[in-house]
Structures are given as C-alpha cells and as structure tokens.
Design a protein around this ligand. Structure first.
Ligand code: SF4
Length: 417
C-alpha cells in the first residue's frame, strides 16, 4: 500500500522500548512456567476475570494478544484457511480462525519475537467471559478439547442498555462459583486480601491507561489511535501487576512532556477523528501513515477505551468486577453506545467518525443498524463507514480504503472552510 505522496515521519514514543521489554518478560515468564511446571497457566479472554486468576497464583495468557500479533505480523491471512478446513467458517472471528490455524500449523509469532520460545504456553485451564462475544467460548472450547484441560466460563447478558442489579448479581455469582474449581486446579486457597491487592493494581492500571488516552483531548493530540493499539498491551496482558502501573506512569510522563511542548503526534494536525470498531492489525503502519499524510489524527477509539475499568472497587470486589466487566461498551445496547459516543465526540473535539465494518467481528461493529446515520443527524459530525477486517486482509481493499479516507478528509476540509 503506497498511500503517502510526501514523506511522513512517524513520531516514536520513547517508552515503547520499555514496553517491549516488559512484554518479552511476560512471555518468557509464561514459557518458563510451562517448562519448569512451577506455576499454573490460565488462558483468559481479554476482558475475562484476570484478577481472580492472578489472585490464585496463575500466570495469565491472553490468546487475543497472540492473535493480534498474528495480524500485525501479517501471518494471519494465510493461517485462517487451516481453521476453515476443520469446520470454522471464514465468517467467524478471524482472531479465532488465525489463532487456531497457527496452532494447527505449529507456528507462532512468539518464536520470531522472543528467541528460545518455541510454542504458545500450554494451559492448565481456559477461562472466558461472553461479555464480548460468543466466539471466545468456541475459541477457548477448542483449546480445552485439544489440551484436555477444564473450560470455565462466565455467561454475561448482552445488548444491555442500563446495567441493573440483576445483571451484576448474576455475573458476580458466577465469578464466586468459579473459585472452588480454580482452587483445585491452582492448588492454592483463595485469599480475599490477595484479590483486593490485585484488583487495586488493576484499578490503578486502568486509571493510568485512561489518563494516557485522555491526553489525546489536547490540541494537538500527543498520541494517535495507532499508538494506542500498541501501548495497550500491558493494560490487556499485565493488568493487576505493579509492572503495568509503573509502565503507564512512564508513558504518561512522556505524553505530558509532549503536551507541554505543543508537540502533536501528527504534524500540522488539521482533523481530529474517532475510530469505532476493531483495528486492522495488518495495516497499522500503512493506515497511520495514510492519516498522517492527510493531517488527520485519529485521537480516540472505543477499542482502546475498552480496557478502562473505573467500576473496580476493593470495598466490594466481586460486585464491582461484575459491574466493570458488564458496563463495557461492547456489552451494551445501541442507546447506551450512542450516549457514550456523543460524550467522546465532545470530549475529544472530534471532526469526523470512522466506523470499521469488520467482516468477521459483528460484535465490535456498530454501523449495521443505523447508528452512523442517527449520530450524524444528532451531532452534525460526519462519518465514514469502511469495510475491512481485523485479521483477514482478504476482506479489505487497500485502494478503496485510501480513496474513501481521502474523500472523507476533503469533505471535512470543506466543512472547516
Ligand atoms: S469481540 Fe470480535 S474480535 Fe474479539 S474475540 Fe469476539 S468476535 Fe473476535
């Protein structure tokens, strides 16, 4: 993809070097836990009950982070057909199909990134929460059968407008009921003080991550959505640890310095955009350069915001975890989502909204039931719907993407004049 006509300099975030190191440590720790059998490994869906697992002494592995790596390294598209061949439709989540395909072909981007790691870490248990979609249940179910380990799930209400006491009680109860099974697998006894300690670190991580993302409300914005998709890794994989907290303090300091120096992530920032839906992992760099060439900064996204859990409260751990994991954008009805998006449009001073109609993730696609039209009418902020996919690059036309984005920024320019 050759989007830019003029030279685009992408501004590097210096803290990323540190992040790469802590992510390497995370994967080496998992690898050595499996090799030495000294710690149990739990696999967990990305907005699953990581805090409970960590408090019971599990090392936690997130298959979604692995599949995003498959996407970003552009291995995913070639691996998806292997999962299709054993019955997983090309229409279902391409995180699932790419990851299962990689497993069947015995390849992993971890081997390339981290010398000495030969495979993904074998689980002792796999855990999911259907708050984001049913696909995580099927995905984790595949591995539970393959590795012959227990599969434990939380079943969350979806399409929720207001989160009520009934929703919260149901999820909190399911979380409590997991404990006895997890104690047996981990060999450790549940300790409420340990859960509170982990939950408090998760909350601190979430607050700092929110502060990081909120820096983009400044003009010019010190970071882009594309930076966010990289910087979110510790919030996903290491929430509940001091390591993630320390990292976001470091990152926040760098972004605050940028704000002080009026240094924008995009040179000559002219348009401020919002991205709704999944990233297109195999095109992060190309898209980042394309938008920068249009002097457009994608300042915020529902995707990166999904790891903000302001509901966590150590005074009532289970109830607050149930609340935080059910309040998430992806769990909610369009009415609640639209209210949230209007707040984001105001807060981040948005000129235009981009909706990614993601072929294999209807769960994180919000353009199919009239939302862009309704919001445009209410806010007067133009929007663009683009077709693509998170991991399957066959669902994306690069030429059409460029044409659409260029036409959209022209439309925004006219509106500004
Ligand atoms: S939310 Fe979408 S991308 Fe994520 S696991 Fe579910 S279907 Fe896949």
């Amino acid at each position: 993809m050759t989007a830019e006509k003029k030279k685009i300099t992408r501004k590097k975030i210096m803290a990323t070097k540190e992040m790469k190191q802590i992510m390497a440590d995370h994967y080496y720790e998992l690898d050595s836990a499996v090799k030495s059998r000294d710690k149990k490994v739990a696999w967990c869906s990305s907005v699953g009950p990581a805090e409970i697992l960590r408090s019971l002494g599990f090392y936690v592995y997130f298959p979604e982070n692995h599949s995003a790596m498959l996407g970003a390294s552009r291995m995913a598209t070639d691996l998806i057909p292997y999962a299709n061949a054993i019955g997983y439709s090309p229409e279902v989540c391409s995180y699932l199909t790419a990851d299962v395909g990689a497993y069947l072909k015995k390849v992993t981007p971890l081997s390339k990134a981290y010398e000495g790691i030969k495979s993904i870490p074998r689980p002792d248990v796999v855990v999911f929460n259907t708050n984001q979609c049913r696909d995580v249940q099927d995905w984790m179910g595949f591995y539970a059968r393959e590795f012959k380990v227990p599969l434990i799930g939380i079943h969350t209400h979806r399409g929720v407008n207001e989160v009520t006491e009934t929703h919260v009680q149901s999820v909190a109860q399911q979380m409590k009921e997991m404990i006895a099974y997890l104690e047996k697998i981990s060999g450790n006894t549940f300790d409420m003080n340990e859960l509170k300690k982990v939950l408090s670190l998760s909350r601190e991580c979430s607050d700092l991550w929110k502060e990081v993302l909120d820096t983009a409300s400044n003009i010019p914005s010190p970071l882009t959505f594309f930076d966010g998709t990289i910087q979110m890794a510790p919030a996903v994989c290491l929430r509940g640890t001091q390591i993630a907290v320390d990292y976001y303090k470091l990152l926040l300091k760098e972004l605050k310095d940028r704000i002080k120096n009026h240094e924008g992530a995009v040179d000559g920032e002219r348009f401020r955009l919002y991205w709704d839906g999944m990233p297109i992992w195999g095109r992060l760099r190309a898209h980042s350069e394309l938008f920068a060439s249009q002097r457009a900064c994608i300042v915020a996204s529902t995707y990166c915001n999904s790891w903000i859990f302001t509901g966590f409260n150590i005074s009532y751990p289970f109830k607050s975890m149930a609340m935080a994991y059910t309040e998430l954008f992806i769990v909610r009805a369009d009415e609640a989502k639209e209210k949230y998006l209007k707040e984001m449009i105001d807060f981040f001073k948005i000129d235009g909204v981009i909706y990614h109609d993601c072929k294999t993730c209807p769960n994180n696609t919000n353009s199919r039931y009239g939302m862009p039209q309704r919001l445009e009418e209410e806010t007067g902020i133009p929007s663009l719907v683009i077709n693509g996919d998170l991991n399957d690059l066959r669902c994306l036309s690069d030429e059409q993407f460029i044409t659409n984005v260029e036409a959209f920024t022209e439309q925004l320019e006219v509106k500004k004049e």
